[in-house]
Design a protein around this ligand. Structure first.
Ligand code: ZN
Length: 393
């Protein structure tokens, strides 16, 4: 009887501990305009990134949502939803119902929940489930979305460079160390900015890649020195790629602006609200792109264009090591992030089977899938009551 009791205690202990909802820390770095193949430019060795690849997973490339511009893809990544579902269809938008405009660069109306509430970004999902999120320069973190704000938001105001990344990382790692943060997200703009100003893969872009690589190397060393290298999961990704422009279309030679209620230029795609009776597209068959301004590099084109592909890499206890994963879509990331944080995702367009191969999903893994956890927790409750009954008996 005594032996039976000990065995039962052991089974109960294994079952209850084994099915605890596990979660781990998550660090996100969003590198705007970091094209998928920048990492393999022959004349730009990037030992910091390469070290991370050896210790983790890298997707061959990541497919962005159309249009391949920033806000639509920031939000596809953070909500796991395609643009038509979260509602960000451009960096410039016009709301017919209210007459309000969303204009990249910072008009007041950008922070109205009308633009944001159709999706639930990761930090809102996390905060609703008692996780603390700290966001640095991350567009949208200043907005109250579905009634929720992150624990901390350092709002984007000016372009961010590798020095800003260093500052935010040093704060973020400290937050992990003192157990204040579950999620830290940092936005870096320099690679996109130099791509626009000097061209895709230009010398200035290469210099910015080298600068970021040094920050990556230092980040891995700092994580080791504070004992968190095996505890923090890191996901680094971009919103889209970059290509040098080759063609300019003069829009006004195809379209009379007086026929339109509103025209919002997006450089390569354009938002047009025609007046009633002015919607005959057959009159304007040649309008497929519109480019203006001094920019040399550009993005926003069709997702089938290789230069529009984005970058994804990750490392930490949740991820396998030294794996080059088949290409993924950016709507897949939200479910991975929720899995790592141990939170239940909002409905999303991700497909678990497309990404599960990059994760450590064994019993000894730092994380478990949410479905597994809910099923096994129910089983755990049954066993737990059996244990109680046994001891009462
Ligand atoms: Zn850009």
């Amino acid at each position: 009887m005594e032996i039976l009791k000990k065995i039962t205690i052991l089974i109960c202990a294994i079952n209850i501990l084994g099915n605890e909802v596990q979660s781990s820390k998550l660090l996100l770095i969003l590198m705007d305009g970091f094209r998928w193949d920048y990492i393999d430019l022959p004349d730009v060795p990037l030992p910091g990134f390469q070290q991370m690849f050896r210790e983790g997973v890298r997707a061959k490339y990541m497919v962005s949502d159309f249009p391949t511009t920033s806000y639509p893809n920031y939000y596809s990544i953070m909500t796991g939803l395609h643009c038509e579902n979260h509602g960000f269809v451009g960096n410039y938008m016009y709301d017919v119902a209210t007459g309000k405009e969303f204009l990249i660069g910072g008009n007041q109306d950008m922070s109205l929940p009308i633009w944001w509430d159709d999706g639930e970004p990761l930090w809102v999902t996390a905060e609703k489930q008692d996780k603390s999120s700290y966001l640095y320069y991350w567009s949208g973190c200043e907005v109250t979305i579905r009634g929720v704000n992150p624990t901390y938001c350092k709002a984007w105001t000016v372009p961010t460079y590798s020095a800003d990344l260093t500052t935010a990382l040093s704060e973020g790692l400290q937050l992990f160390k003192n157990n204040s943060a579950d999620l830290v997200g940092i936005y870096l703009q320099s690679v996109d900015r130099y791509g626009h100003m000097y061209g895709a893969a230009s010398d200035k872009v290469k210099d910015s890649l080298r600068a970021v690589d040094i920050v990556m190397h230092d980040m891995l060393s700092n994580l080791s020195s504070i004992g968190l290298r095996d505890k923090v999961n890191i996901m680094i990704f971009s919103d889209h790629g970059m290509v040098n422009r080759t063609r300019v279309v003069n829009l006004t030679s195809h379209l009379d602006p007086d026929d339109c209620v509103e025209i919002l230029p997006e450089m390569n795609t354009i938002g047009i609200w025609p007046k009633p009776g002015k919607t005959d597209k057959s009159k304007n068959p040649e309008i497929d792109q519109y480019v203006s301004g001094p920019m040399i590099g550009m993005h926003g084109f069709d997702t089938s264009n290789e230069e529009m592909r984005a970058f994804f890499a990750a490392s930490g206890p949740a991820f396998k090591k030294n794996v080059v994963h088949r290409p993924i879509r950016n709507v897949e990331l939200y479910q991975i992030m929720c899995h790592i944080l141990g939170i239940k995702p909002a409905p999303n367009n991700g497909t678990w089977s497309n990404v599960k191969d990059m994760l450590n999903l064994g019993v000894s893994s730092a994380t478990k899938s949410n479905i597994d956890v809910s099923v096994m927790t129910s089983f755990s409750v049954v066993i737990f009551f059996q244990c109680i009954l046994f001891f009462q008996f």
